[in-house]
Design a protein around this ligand. Structure first.
Ligand SMILES: [Fe+2]
Length: 354
C-alpha cells in the first residue's frame, strides 16, 4: 500500500483503505477501483490524498493504530466545541462527545503493540484548525505515553492538547487568516489566544487544572522568549512543553494561508535545532524517536536520485527508514535500509507526489 496525493490519483487505481467523509460516512471502500467522478470528489473536498494498493506497493503494509474514522470522530467533536463556543452555546453534551473520543484514542494507543506510530497526515485544508488540534493531541499523547504517564495524566494532557487553541475562537477571522505579516497590534491580539483559552475553560465541566495550564503555556519557550509570561524552562509545566513541540511540528508540515508546508524532515530538524533553546531537550529526543516524519507508504526521493516507498520505520531514527526502491520493472525493485552504515551518505530529500 502507498499514499498517493489527490493531484496524482488516476482512474482505475485500487483503493487501499476505507475513506470516510466529513460526517464519518463511508465514502470509498477499500478494494474498489477509483472512478473519475470519485477523484473529482476527493479533490473537491480538498482531501490531501488516499492510500492505494498496486503491484509496486502490495508488500508494504500500513498499520493504523488510529484509523481515519476514529480520527474523523475526533475532528468532528473538536469542531463542535469550537462552533458552540463561538455561538455561546457550548454544552455538557459537546464536552462529553469530546471526552469520549479522547478516551477512545488514548485506549487505542495504550493497547497497541506498535512501538512507533504511523501517522499519515490527512488534513483537509478548509478544516485546518480542527485537524491540527487532533494531530497535536495525538502527537502529545504519543510523547506522554513514551514518558510513561499514567492513564489519568494522559487524559489530562490529551484534553489540554486538543483544546490548546480554543482561544482562537475569540480572535477575529481577519487576523487568523491574514496572508501577509501581522502588524504589532494584530500580533498582540493573536498572542492573547492562549490566555483567552485558559480563561474560557477555567471551571468548565471538570476540566483539570493540568489541562488548562497546558492551554495557557503552549507558546512558552525554554529561553523565556515565549508568551504570555516569558517563562524559562524550569518554570514551564511539562504538559505545556509537550504541546508546544507537537504544535510547532504539525503547523510547519501544514499548508497555511501565509506559507506552504515544509518537508517533514525540515520540520523535524527545526524541532531538534530548537532543543534547549525553545523546546525541552528530553522531550525533543522522545519526539524524534516516536514521531515518524516519513510514515510507511510515503513516496520519497533520495539524494542519490533514486525514488522509493517507505516500507518500515526505524524506531531509533525516523529519518532513516527502510525503503523499497522503485524501478520501471517490478522485478527490479529492491530494498535498502538507510540506517545501514553503507547508506550513511544517502538522505531523503523530499516526499514525492507520484
Ligand atoms: Fe496556539
Amino acid at each position: 500500500m502507498r499514499f498517493v496525493p489527490s493531484s496524482c490519483l488516476k482512474p482505475g487505481m485500487i483503493i487501499g483503505k476505507d475513506l470516510y467523509g466529513r460526517n464519518n460516512e463511508l465514502m470509498l471502500a477499500a478494494g474498489r477501483k477509483l472512478s473519475k467522478t470519485e477523484i473529482s470528489r476527493i479533490r473537491h473536498l480538498k482531501i490531501q490524498g488516499i492510500y492505494i494498493t498496486d503491484k509496486l506497493s502490495e508488500d508494504i503494509e500500513v498499520i493504523d493504530v488510529i484509523d481515519s474514522s476514529l480520527k474523523n470522530s475526533a475532528v468532528r467533536a473538536i469542531k463542535n466545541v469550537f462552533h458552540t463556543t463561538k455561538n455561546g452555546d457550548f454544552s455538557k453534551e459537546n464536552f462529553v462527545d469530546l471526552k469520549l473520543v479522547v478516551d477512545e484514542i488514548i485506549d487505542k494507543l495504550i493497547s497497541s503493540s506498535e512501538v512507533i506510530f504511523n501517522i499519515m497526515d490527512l488534513k483537509v485544508f478548509d478544516d485546518y484548525t480542527y485537524y491540527h488540534s487532533v494531530n497535536v493531541f495525538i502527537f502529545s499523547i504519543i510523547i506522554g505515553y513514551s514518558m510513561k504517564l499514567s492513564k489519568d495524566d494522559l487524559y489530562n494532557l490529551g484534553m489540554g492538547a486538543i483544546l490548546h487553541d480554543i482561544g482562537k475562537v475569540f480572535v477575529p477571522r481577519k487576523i487568523l487568516d491574514k496572508k501577509g505579516e501581522l502588524t504589532d497590534e494584530e500580533f498582540e491580539i493573536m498572542k492573547s489566544h492562549s490566555e483567552m483559552g485558559w480563561n474560557y475553560l477555567r471551571n468548565k465541566w471538570n476540566i483539570s487544572n493540568d489541562s488548562i495550564i497546558a492551554v495557557l503555556t503552549h507558546h512558552e519557550k525554554c529561553n523565556g522568549s515565549g508568551y504570555p509570561y516569558s517563562l524559562k524552562s524550569e518554570k514551564i509545566p511539562e504538559f505545556g512543553k509537550i504541546v508546544a513541540i507537537s504544535d510547532v511540528y504539525d503547523a510547519l508540515i501544514s499548508d497555511r494561508p501565509y506559507r506552504k508546508a515544509i518537508q517533514p524532515s525540515e520540520a523535524m530538524e527545526y524541532v531538534i535545532g530548537g532543543a534547549g533553546l525553545y523546546f525541552d531537550p528530553d522531550i525533543v529526543s522522545i519526539f524524534f524517536k516516536r514521531i515518524m516524519p516519513y510514515p510507511v507508504g510515503t513516496t520519497v526521493k533520495l539524494s542519490n536520485g533514486l525514488k522509493g516507498i517507505v516500507a518500515e520505520n526505524n524506531p531509533n531514527n525516523g529519518l532513516r527508514p527502510r525503503i523499497k526502491i522503485i524501478s520501471k520493472q517490478e522485478r527490479d525493485c529492491y530494498y535498502i535500509d538507510l540506517y545501514d552504515r553503507s547508506m550513511l551518505n544517502v538522505t531523503i530529500v523530499e516526499s514525492l507526489a507520484i
